[in-house]
Design a protein around this ligand. Structure first.
Ligand SMILES: Cc1ncc(COP(=O)(O)O)c(C=O)c1O
Length: 374
C-alpha cells in the first residue's frame, strides 16, 4: 500500500480512539486476529498433520524476527516475555563474587530485578545516573571497571523515550571485555536495529507493544559466539535435536539459541508472525519516519504552548516513539479525561506519555492538543 493511511482499516481501534499508547500496549491488527482465529479453529478440529504446518510457521516467524534485527534465525529463542529472556542471560552467566553489572536509573523494573537477584551471588549492580531524561555515555563509562561483566540497558527508555546509542555503549563494553544486554521492547517495531552494527550480545523483547503482537510471546536474541558462555539453566525436551526420539535420552542440545526454549507458544507465535509481516511489509524505516513526523508535530505544539517536555528532543538520534511532558493538571485525571474524549495516552509519574505508531495521523495529534487546551 502506497499511502500509510490505507493501513488504518487493519486497526479497528481507530474507529473508537485516537490510540497514542503503544509504549503501554499496541492494539492487535486484524491480520494477527485472523491468523490466531484460524489457528484456534484448527486446534478445535485437531488433525495430526496440523502439527507439521505449525512447526513450519514457528520456523518462518523465527526468520521474521531475525530479519527485524538483522540476526540469524538460529540466534533467536522464543520466550514468554522480556523478563523471561533477560533471566535466561542472568541465570546463565558464571558469576563470581565481586563481578558487577551496570544498569541505569530510570530503567523499567523488568530490566532491573533479574540483575538485583544476582546480589545473592555477590554480584554488584551499579546504576548509571540519568541527566535530564538521558543516560549520557560518560555516566555509563563512569560505573564500569575491570570487574564489569555486563551492561544492561534498554534500546529506548520507557518513560522519557531516550534512545541509547547502542553502538557507542557496545564500544565501551568491548573496551572492558563486558557484554551488552538490551531490553528491546520500547524500540522494536518502531525503530530499525541491526544487532551486528550495534554490537549487541543479548536482546530480549515481548511482542505486545510496538510489535503489535499478543501478550505472552517474545524472543531472546543470543549472539552465536556468546552461546557457550550461557549455562543452560532449564533444560527442556524441546531444546534437544532429536526431540521426536521420545525414548532416547542422550540427544544433544541444539547448538544454537533454540536450546533455551521449553514449549513454544504456537498461538502467540502465529499472532506475532502476522504482525511482523505487516510491519516488515510497511518497512521499519518508513514506520520510523512516520513516527518521527508525528512526534515532531507534537513536540512543536507542546513547545509553542510552554509545556515542560521531559523527553530529550534536541537531537533526532536520541528520539523514539515516546514523548513525555508535564501536564497542567493531575496526569491520572487528565489521562482519564482524554480517554473519555476518545484519546488514549498513559500517565507515568508526573508525566503524560504519548506514543503514536505508523498508522496514526497528524489529525490525531491535533485532536490531542485541542483537548489539552480545554
Ligand atoms: C522497557 C520495558 N521493558 C520491559 C517491559 C515489560 O517486560 P515484560 O515483557 O517482562 O513484561 C516494559 C513494559 O511493560 C518496558 O517498558
Amino acid at each position: 500500500m502506497d499511502d500509510l493511511q490505507d493501513y488504518r482499516r487493519l486497526f479497528p481501534v481507530t474507529e473508537r480512539y485516537a490510540y497514542l499508547n503503544h509504549a503501554s500496549t499496541g492494539p492487535l491488527p486484524t491480520p494477527a486476529v485472523e491468523a490466531m482465529t484460524r489457528h484456534l479453529a484448527q486446534c478445535a478440529g485437531r488433525e495430526e498433520s496440523d502439527y507439521e504446518q505449525w512447526e513450519q510457521r514457528v520456523a518462518e516467524v523465527r526468520g521474521l524476527i531475525a530479519c527485524l534485527i538483522q540476526a540469524r534465525p538460529e540466534e533467536i529463542a522464543f520466550v514468554g516475555s522480556t523478563s523471561h529472556g533477560l533471566n535466561i542471560v542472568a541465570a546463565g552467566f558464571d558469576w563470581r563474587a565481586g563481578d558487577n553489572i551496570v544498569c541505569a536509573e530510570m530503567e523499567f523494573p523488568a530490566n532491573v530485578y533479574p540483575w538485583l537477584n544476582l546480589r545473592r551471588k555477590g554480584v554488584e549492580v551499579r546504576f548509571a545516573q540519568a541527566q535530564e531524561g538521558r543516560i549520557p555515555l560518560p555516566a555509563i563509562a563512569e560505573q564500569m571497571d575491570s570487574r564489569t561483566r555486563l551492561v544492561a540497558i534498554s534500546f529506548v527508555e520507557f518513560c522519557t523515550g531516550y534512545r541509547h546509542d547502542l553502538a557507542a555503549v557496545s564500544e565501551l563494553c568491548r573496551l572492558h571485555h563486558a557484554r551488552l544486554c538490551v531490553d528491546g521492547i520500547q524500540g522494536l517495531g518502531a525503530l530499525p536495529l541491526d544487532v551486528n552494527e550495534c554490537g549487541v550480545d543479548y536482546l530480549a523483547a515481548q511482542a505486545p507493544k510496538w510489535l503489535l503482537g499478543p501478550t505472552g510471546i517474545g524472543f531472546l536474541y543470543c549472539r552465536q559466539e556468546q552461546l557457550p558462555e550461557l549455562d543452560l539453566v532449564m533444560g527442556g525436551w524441546r531444546g534437544v535435536v532429536n526431540q521426536k526420539d521420545y525414548f532416547c535420552y542422550d540427544s544433544e542440545w541444539f547448538p544454537d539459541a533454540r536450546r533455551f526454549e521449553l514449549v513454544p507458544n504456537i498461538l502467540g507465535i502465529i499472532g506475532l508472525g502476522a504482525s511482523l509481516e505487516l510491519l516488515l511489509g510497511v518497512g521499519i524505516e518508513r514506520i520510523e519516519a512516520q513516527i518521527m513526523a508525528l512526534t515532531d508535530r507534537l513536540l512543536e505544539h507542546l513547545h509553542a504552548e510552554g509545556y515542560q517536555i521531559v523527553t530529550p528532543h534536541a537531537c533526532h538520534a536520541e528520539r523514539s516513539g515516546i514523548v513525555s511532558f508535564v501536564p497542567r493538571e493531575d496526569p491520572e485525571a487528565l489521562a482519564r479525561r482524554l480517554k473519555a474524549a476518545g484519546i488514549v495516552v498513559s500517565a507515568r509519574g508526573p508525566c503524560i506519555r504519548v506514543s503514536p505508531h505508523f498508522y496514526n495521523t497528524a489529525g490525531e495529534i491535533d485532536r490531542l492538543m485541542d483537548e489539552l487546551r480545554r
